[in-house]
Ligand binder design. Sequence first.
Ligand SMILES: *[C@@H]1O[C@H](CO)[C@@H](O)[C@H](O)[C@H]1NC(C)=O
Length: 316
Amino acid sequence: MKVNLYLFFRALTGLSLIGLVYLGITFHWIKLLYKPPNVLDSEGNFLPMAPWSAPIVREGSFDPKLIDEIYKKKNITIATTVFALGKYTQFLKDFLESAEQNYFVGFRVHYYVFTDLPEQVPTVKLGGDHHLTVLKVATSNRWQEISLRRMERMEKLIENRLLNEADYVFSLDVDSKFYGRWGVESLGSLVGAIHPWYYKTHNEWFPYERRPESQAYIPYSEGDYYYGGAVIGGLVKDVYQLAKTCREQLDIDAANSIEAAWQEESHLNKYFLYNKPSKLLSPEYLWDDRKSKTPEIKIIRFSQVYKNYHEIRPNP
Ligand SMILES: *[C@@H]1O[C@H](CO)[C@@H](O)[C@H](O)[C@H]1NC(C)=O
């Protein structure tokens, strides 16, 4: 019967056994490629939530006025860390000025700017109850090193100060700009942002770390989303756990002379795989100026600005 079926298909397709095998493999990949991602529904709109019931925040999923009123009563402080080392200080002005127009307007915000060049931190007029502290750190010669030390610095800052000084904390990339409201709708115990370049991609194609020797390793069959390392947030104690765990994993990798494909972003993705975010930010909250707006994006709130890496990185 099997042989007959084979002959039947072969007659039908005019292909050899090898050809049929190739056809099967092709179908397998097409099936993988078109498996709907966890982000958009069949009509191309954002899904309301992740498969573990965590909301995906997007335009239309909240009433700004109502949600502001709810959080006003809570008297919360949102700490925000930014890392501006070397030539990255040039991004601070736009970052801070656009934040003052859009970021938690009317709520208590405390920026903590890590930099090796405190004299280059611009004076930006801050709105009522918005504060800024400059924290001097040593200069690094490799951007990978700068990226790797961020988790450690966040861990220490939370330990030393934020547990007493804030309720929530966000770590944001400084080479970015706000274009729209970013408010209390983004608050949750553990918050991750869906990366703008990978939200239509099947998880087999995510740029996770794929070498089992790294602590950031994620096998091809696993992974829900690809999260951007430019945005990490949540309750101070939850972000502390995240920063501490990622720092430990980064240390183990360093001891084994292995650097994950996308440094801390790879470790963040590993952490989120086993500690699912309680809230996800749609790519409205993490866009890229080089990427044109797509129909499912109703508003761009925060976006990475175009930069010439050769000009701003201390090494290639
Ligand atoms: C609100 O929080 C701030 C800072 O934590 C504190 O100084 C202030 O007393 C609080 N206000 C109320 C009404 O609880």
